[in-house]
Design a protein around this ligand. Structure first.
Ligand code: GDP
Length: 297
């Protein structure tokens, strides 16, 4: 299960404090050390951890928590509030175009869950907003990728625009957008190519698609299981493409927490959705407060 070890270790640190009744500054320092190690082991970015621990300690001391009633409870609250804060405080909505269609471009490394998430998002828009999305198959390097998107489209009854693998992706997107205009689709979701790692050719292609499509939303899909790599990937994509949001996938797996806790602080970009399974319905809006509660257990 996700965050299991992080949750255990945080709870362990708090229960040690709770047993003390009265807490000295040394006890607080000890607890903060444990929290720091727990976060580092959960693969949270080093700078994020450093700032987090300092803020919690300053707040606990500043608020005279140690002299008050239920000091541990208050420390848990401070930790909770800071977790919420580093994850962005509030849920952030999908950007919407004032006139249709709203164009969403999915980007990310191969295997992160782009194609699956494109389908999940299309289904969500369809179910929740009665939207009529069109998906565009822009990954021309793997024939299987187009087939996969077509299959996803059939499964959720959403049309897929594709021109096979022999056409430049920018041209596919251009024609796909034309099709969406003709069909009055209110959302267009562009699936793009991924690679095993960021390279210049991929970024150049994605930049060209961006320049043509002027997407309202560039959603970066990252695999939560890859921890700090997910964060580095996010930074790389964001530097090149100035993404507008992040989707964190595979949070149903045995992930440690590093990506969820670092991405916002490192990139400044909000996590908008989380993927929590392989089914088309397994996509949820990201709520920092709910995620913090889940991490604290
Ligand atoms: P792409 O290469 O980025 O397009 O990645 P895919 O959409 O093909 O996804 C790669 C694999 O990850 C597939 O087997 C998906 O079913 C799986 N996957 C995607 N999102 C999730 C998720 O949230 N949870 C789980 N468990 N698997 C996921």
């Amino acid at each position: 299960m996700a965050f299991e070890s992080l949750t255990d270790r945080l709870q362990n640190a708090f229960s040690k404090l709770r047993k003390k009744g009265k807490i000295s500054e040394t006890d607080l320092r000890g607890a903060m050390r444990e929290i720091r190690l727990a976060l580092l082991e959960a693969d949270v970015n080093f700078t994020v951890v450093k700032n987090f621990v300092k803020t919690v300690r300053d707040k606990a001391i500043g608020a005279d928590v140690l002299k008050g009633l239920n000091p541990t409870q208050q420390i848990v609250k401070i930790v909770n509030d800071e977790l919420v804060k580093i994850m962005g405080d509030q849920a952030v909505d999908l950007n919407k175009s004032p006139k249709i269609p709203t164009i969403i471009m999915m980007v990310g490394l191969q295997g992160a869950g782009k194609t699956t998430t494109a389908g999940k998002l299309a289904l969500k828009l369809k179910n929740e907003q009665k939207a009529r999305p069109l998906m565009i198959a822009g990954d021309v390097y793997r024939p299987a990728a187009i087939d996969q998107l077509v299959q996803v489209g059939q499964q959720i009854d959403v049309p897929v625009f594709q021109l096979g693998t022999d056409v430049d992706p920018v041209e596919i997107v251009r024609q796909g957008l034309q099709k969406a205009d003709e069909e009055n689709n209110d959302y267009v979701i562009i699936d793009t190519a991924g690679r095993l790692q960021i390279d210049e050719k991929l970024m150049d292609e994605l930049s060209r698609i961006k320049a043509l499509a002027h997407p309202n939303e560039i959603l970066l899909v990252v695999d939560a299981m890859t921890g700090q790599n997910a964060v580095n990937t996010a930074e790389g994509f964001n530097n090149q493409l100035d993404v507008t949001g992040v989707v964190l996938t595979k949070l149903d797996g045995d992930t440690r927490g590093g990506a969820a806790l670092s991405i916002r602080a490192v990139t400044g970009k909000p996590i908008k959705f989380i993927g929590q399974g392989e089914k088309m319905t397994d996509l949820d809006v990201f709520h920092p407060d709910r995620m913090a509660s889940r991490i604290l257990g």
